[in-house]
Design a protein around this ligand. Structure first.
Ligand SMILES: Cc1cc2nc3c(=O)[nH]c(=O)nc-3n(C[C@H](O)[C@H](O)[C@H](O)COP(=O)(O)OP(=O)(O)OC[C@H]3O[C@@H](n4cnc5c(N)ncnc54)[C@H](O)[C@@H]3O)c2cc1C
Length: 261
């Protein structure tokens, strides 16, 4: 996001990434490749598989970045985006179970039932994938806050929110719904070359999530489908948004109770 914005403002921008592709924790390789191509087309230079050996200073200000390959990149500004580590010290000192964050159950209770945890610091088993996750997003934190309040009031609802995220990178409106880890196949709608497409990710025959580039309708429909517990077949996805809307409506006629939840 910052690379695209600074480039549009006329700056010379170099992205230095340690692993072999961009956005490794966040999106599928096909989306990462697309983001890279669009950024490079605007003149952003991207170095993958490269780390920063050191920063050089001049009169107390940063003057250059020296990469692991020995290249010296003169710089007026360095922006470091290398992730976060959850602050679990307080919970740990209280004897609460920690596992890549503060472990919580489906009601946001920690291993000490009177103590709840939510948000970036909380790890939980996700209903969608069956895997353990610690999500860092506003939507996750606020959905968990609402559920934690209900737990405190004595309700026993299980966390069932559909995760979604977004990012605007230059002319790419990237929207994600669901969780795509564990996916083994995908269906593509739209046209990558036109910068308008969606990737429907599957584990076997089950829809895990959708990544959309400049197709907000697919994203919104995806939120409705996953929220209703509806997993269209890859063949239905291939019929496009109209086919999917009809299939969702048919599913909701058969499963009215779940759809109304
Ligand atoms: C640069 C940046 C950009 C982001 N962009 C997006 C985005 O576009 N979309 C999105 O969905 N998410 C985004 N996020 C993530 C989002 O901000 C977090 O997921 C969200 O704020 C998590 O909420 P939280 O309540 O878990 O934690 P926080 O918002 O970090 O709140 C935790 C609070 O607890 C306080 N605290 C810590 N320890 C103690 C203590 N011992 N006693 C009392 N208070 C304490 C902290 O000071 C802090 O105020 C972004 C994050 C960053 C850093």
């Amino acid at each position: 996001e910052i690379a695209a914005t600074l480039k549009a403002a006329g700056r010379k921008v170099t992205v230095v990434e340690a692993v072999d592709r961009l956005l490794g924790r966040a999106v599928a390789p096909i989306i990462a490749r697309h983001v890279r191509q669009r950024l490079e087309a605007t003149g952003v230079r991207i170095l993958t598989g490269t780390t920063i050996a050191r920063l050089e200073a001049d009169n107390g200000r940063v003057a250059a970045v020296v990469t692991s390959s020995g290249e010296r990149l003169p710089a007026q500004m360095v922006i470091v985006g290398i992730g976060v580590v959850p602050n679990v010290e307080l919970a740990q000192a209280a004897g609460i179970t920690i596992a890549n964050g503060i472990r919580v159950d489906q009601q946001m209770r920690t291993s000490v039932p009177e103590i709840l945890a939510i948000g970036d610091a909380a790890t939980y088993r996700h209903w969608l994938t069956g895997g353990d996750v610690r999500l860092e997003s506003v939507q996750n934190a606020t959905d968990q806050a609402r559920l934690a309040a209900r737990t405190i009031l004595g309700h026993a609802d299980a966390f069932a929110a559909v995760p979604w995220f977004w990012s605007d990178i230059g002319d790419i409106k990237l929207q994600m719904v669901g969780l795509i880890s564990g996916g083994d196949s995908h269906v593509l709608l739209g046209d990558v070359n036109e910068n308008r497409f969606s990737i429907y990710h599957y584990a076997g025959n089950r829809l895990l999530g959708i990544e959309s580039v400049n197709r907000p309708g697919d994203h919104m429909l995806g939120r409705k489908m996953l929220g209703a517990g509806f997993s269209p077949t890859p063949q239905t996805v291939a019929t496009g948004p109209d086919g999917l809307k009809a299939a969702l409506a048919a599913f909701q006629q058969v499963e009215p109770v779940r759809a109304a939840e």
